[in-house]
Design a protein around this ligand. Structure first.
Ligand code: TYD
Ligand code: MG
Length: 454
């Protein structure tokens, strides 16, 4: 290959936007200080992968036959559901997450669970014998799983073309490189090139490819965000790598619904599906502690009930500390300000710590009510009875606002044995099933306090 001209480009590490000059703020996503410099060698024979095979003439929509996509079941109920009913042939699926969260474990479990699914597992991170050790630990049937320790993507494609597996897994995109570009493995240019080559391979052979990508905790360089537009499906691991629960969220799916989640538990034998996530998030001890409240939350289409924990104590130093795990600390500050201004609680000299049980990251505003109740419960040292749960958004004037899909939340709460639910008095329950649940409607924070903490 002839050496090409060197060109300098800047990439946004947040959204992957490319620019020909340095900018303090990315014009695409608006983030500050995210542009990083990359030297790109421009060669004339640049490989351009198209997401779909090139078509000769424009066609009328009605003329085009609607081919049903073929799906392959991965014998993992939650993963199949997240993908929209199995992996689509010829699709490129990206699984992202922080190191140590379980990406390699989950992807190795696939061939071990699927008898007869010839899988090529390419590893650029571990040696073949390390993968073997992990596979032994996970157990299962390894007859159809082939391990290939390689990092040059052209060699991988050649091996796959010869072997014709039913599925290919590439662990991870950051360790792979292509001969087409001159920068080092893991750089934005390499990551994009490797991904387009794999995309081209998937589309042209119909073999689905699962690509693993790391996101580092500290404002990662060249993370999977750069690839989101290229791939068909993006699944992202969330959760606490110290806790045992892992949430896999579908962020993009060309063949199914997004904002779906699946919950897994990391055990000694790999990741196990958690079919009733609410049950795992319930309090682990007998109830009777102050500072906890149960929220009926919705994540994607799934209702969840989980415990919000708060600790309110007198500030040891002059300034009060506010800290939140799994919850936006600015939103916590807003809720505390509402409590102070609209309901007269003096919290400015108090430390407030908030925690969402199970390492969950919450952004459903319906959890506001439970957050406020947990804070008040800790502050008054008042135990909220164990059969009560909450679903409501709190507005700036202290009003409790209705939340979506209230019926689903009620059904799930009832299934888990809750008998009483606090919701907004502006929620309409007409014609909706309440499953014998006692519904307490509250209009604002003072009304909630009068009703619950009397
Ligand atoms: P891994 O899949 O290597 O994470 P990633 O590929 O995302 O970097 O696994 C991460 C952790 O999981 C590792 O610390 C060990 C743990 N683990 C288990 O607890 N049980 C198991 O059966 C396996 C295989 C791993
Ligand atoms: Mg790994």
């Amino acid at each position: 290959m002839a050496a090409g001209k060197e060109k300098t480009v800047w990439f946004c590490t947040n959204c992957g936007n490319e620019s020909s000059k340095w900018l303090g703020r990315c014009p695409a996503c608006g983030e500050w200080n995210t542009m990083v410099e990359h030297k790109e060698v421009v060669t004339k024979t640049k490989h351009i992968a198209s997401a779909v095979p090139v078509q000769q003439h424009p066609q009328q929509l009605a003329e085009i036959g609607s081919a049903q996509e073929h799906r392959i079941s991965l014998h993992n109920g939650e993963l199949d559901r997240l993908l929209g009913g199995g992996i689509v042939e010829g699709s490129l699926v990206l699984i992202g997450g922080e190191p140590g969260i379980g990406k390699s474990t989950l992807s190795l479990q696939i061939p071990l669970a699927c008898k007869g699914l010839k899988t090529l597992y390419v590893t650029g991170e571990e040696s073949a014998s390390q993968v073997k050790m992990r596979a032994d630990r996970l157990g299962g049937d390894d007859a159809d799983c082939f391990i290939f320790s390689e990092t040059l993507v052209e060699n991988i494609v050649a091996a796959a073309n010869e072997m014709r597996p039913h599925l290919m897994i590439v662990d991870s995109v950051q360790t792979m490189y292509s001969q087409n570009v001159d920068s080092s493995a893991g750089s934005v240019t390499q990551i994009k090139e490797v991904t387009s080559i794999l995309l081209h391979f998937a589309k042209s052979t119909g073999i689905p490819v699962i690509l693993i990508g790391h996101i580092t905790k500290d404002g990662y360089i060249a993370g999977p965000k750069v690839l989101e537009h290229i791939v068909d499906v993006v699944l992202q691991f969330e959760g606490d790598d110290k806790g045992s629960y892992r949430i896999l969220r579908s962020i993009k799916n060309r063949f199914g619904a997004t904002s779906e989640i699946a919950v897994f538990e990391m055990t000694g034998k790999g990741l196990k599906e958690v079919l009733n996530p609410s049950e795992m998030l319930m309090p682990i001890y007998e109830r009777g502690l102050s500072g906890t409240a149960i929220a009926a939350m919705l994540d994607g289409m799934r209702p969840f009930l989980f415990e919000v924990q708060a600790l309110v104590s007198t500030a040891a130093y002059g300034t009060a500390q506010r800290s939140a795990t799994g919850f936006d600390v600015r939103r916590l500050n807003m809720l505390l300000a509402v409590l102070e201004k609209r309901a007269g609680f003096r919290l400015n000299m108090k430390d407030v710590f908030l925690n969402m049980a199970g390492g969950l990251r919450v952004n459903d505003p319906a959890c506001d009510l439970a957050v406020i109740c947990a804070v008040l419960s800790s502050s008054f040292d008042f135990v909220i009875p164990s059969d009560i749960c909450f679903a409501g958004e709190v507005g700036l004037s202290g009003e409790i606002r209705p939340v979506n899909q209230i019926e689903k939340r009620i059904t799930e709460a009832s299934r888990l044995g809750f008998r009483k639910m606090y919701i907004s008095s502006f929620s309409s329950l007409e014609g909706k099933k309440t499953e014998g649940m006692e519904i307490v409607k509250v209009a604002d924070v003072p009304a909630l306090v009068r009703s619950l903490f009397k």
